[in-house]
Design a protein around this ligand. Structure first.
Ligand code: SF4
Length: 422
């Protein structure tokens, strides 16, 4: 069954226009998005757009593709390259989780200092104060910032940290000031969760949970069903320095990585709240004494894209194609939602559609790329749902559609479709 989860997030600032290289843009997708935006300024309609190519019906989600933080990061990174000719330019790690964008930056001479899991590729000791280091959209830890500043590198100048990530850090700080321990729902090795953990831990005891299974495990320490001593081994590497499991679960608040599945974070927060109620015999009147009521800290793009997938899934179709980098957290959650309803193929480029019979796609559960044959149905029209993650250029989505048109011998061309949208 498809869950419905439409909600509107108010932005804390006016959306800026960014300078994003034309190679990432798509005239077709821009026309679709502009048409929908003009008809639905308040973003209330989450139904998909049908692109009817005759024998092929493509349903594109109401919201997908580059978000504010990604456009901001791309704008700053390309400007930094232009303005610093002759200087060595480094990115702390992948700027966003998209292979094409990262490859384009590497082509322009940018070098990565760490991989996505924080493993050092180029030692910090080799850097000098004349080098430029770009902080990615996920932000970074205070320890890394300090290391770079100690070398004389100005991290503030080329910082692409998304304001929605900073919003989570601010929320943690607010919770910390009221003496709550912060529970971060996020992927422990993801750059953003590591950064959020570091910022929260600077102010208050902090622990990370990856999923509901871990939230249930954590609940056993809150309720004292398990001893504090066991906590340190079960949650090794997940808690801040000096964490005292005998005291630091007495008041808690939950924040999350901005790209988690909304329903998962809600379920985890509800579960931990119930554990606090049961452990301390709380009522709705005094729950705030022990549990900080925070709305989820998902960003607007995660909400829009997930809500648009719920809208997309109300359409009956043969299959779904979700496009994005294989290490992209927000994309994997869109895949997770689609998989519940229909055959879903997670690809990172049009090249993964090998032929009308064969597709190479990523299984994010097993972290393997698989080949599926006969992925297209025999009956016409073929109906395909399409969406993409927040770090995926629209140009890649257009390439995927173009490849499908070619392989299915579609009755209408991309150009004719574009004309009909204008
Ligand atoms: S997905 Fe959200 S938090 Fe992440 S970069 Fe985009 S807008 Fe920012």
């Amino acid at each position: 069954m498809v869950r419905t989860n439409y909600k509107t997030i108010n932005l804390p600032f006016t959306m800026k226009q960014f300078n994003v290289p034309i190679i990432y843009r798509s005239p077709l997708i821009a026309a679709v998005k502009n048409k929908r935006k003009a008809a639905d300024k308040m973003k209330k309609d989450f139904t998909p757009t049908l692109l009817n190519f005759g024998n092929l019906h493509i349903y594109v989600a109401r919201h997908f593709g580059f978000c504010y933080g990604v456009e901001n990061a791309i704008d700053i990174a390309f400007k930094t390259i232009e303005e610093n000719e002759g200087k060595r330019i480094f990115l702390l790690s992948e700027m966003i989780h998209n292979p094409q964008v990262n490859a384009d930056l590497l082509d322009r001479g940018v070098q990565f200092l760490q991989d996505t899991h924080g493993k050092q590729i180029i030692p910090f000791q080799t850097l000098t104060k004349d080098d430029v280091v770009i902080i990615p959209a996920f932000g970074t830890t205070l320890a890394i910032e300090e290391k770079l500043n100690a070398i004389g590198i100005q991290t503030a100048k080329y910082n692409t940290t998304c304001p929605f990530v900073e919003k989570v850090w601010n929320r943690s700080e607010q919770i910390a000031k009221k003496n709550y321990t912060v529970v971060v729902h996020g992927k422990p090795t993801h750059e953003e969760t590591r950064a959020t953990f570091s910022h929260a831990a600077a102010n208050t005891p902090t622990v990370v949970v990856n999923d509901m299974k871990e939230a249930i495990a954590l609940g056993k320490y809150i309720s004292r069903e398990k001893s504090a001593a066991e906590f340190y081994s079960e949650f090794a590497d997940r808690f801040s320095e000096g964490f005292d499991a005998t005291r630091h679960f007495e008041r808690i608040g939950v924040v999350n990585q901005t790209t988690m599945l909304a329903s998962d974070t809600q379920a985890i927060a509800d579960y931990l709240k119930q554990v606090m109620i049961d452990t301390y015999q709380l009522t709705e009147n005094n729950i705030e004494d022990r549990f900080a009521e925070t709305r989820d800290t998902l960003c607007y793009a995660t909400n829009d894209n997930q809500s648009a997938v719920y809208g997309l899934l109300e359409t009956t179709a043969d299959l779904a194609i979700v496009i994005g980098g294989y290490n992209s957290s927000n994309t994997s959650h869109l895949v997770e939602l689609c998989e519940e309803k229909l055959p879903t193929y997670y690809i990172d480029s049009a090249a993964k559609i090998i032929s009308a019979n064969e597709i190479l796609h990523f299984n994010f559960h097993t972290k393997q790329e698989l080949t599926t044959n006969d992925f297209l149905p025999n009956s016409l029209p073929i109906k395909i749902l399409i969406t993409s993650g927040a770090s995926c250029p629209d140009a890649i989505v257009e390439n995927v559609i173009a490849k499908l048109l070619l392989l299915t011998g579609a009755e209408k061309s991309l150009e004719e479709m574009l004309l009909s949208l204008q």
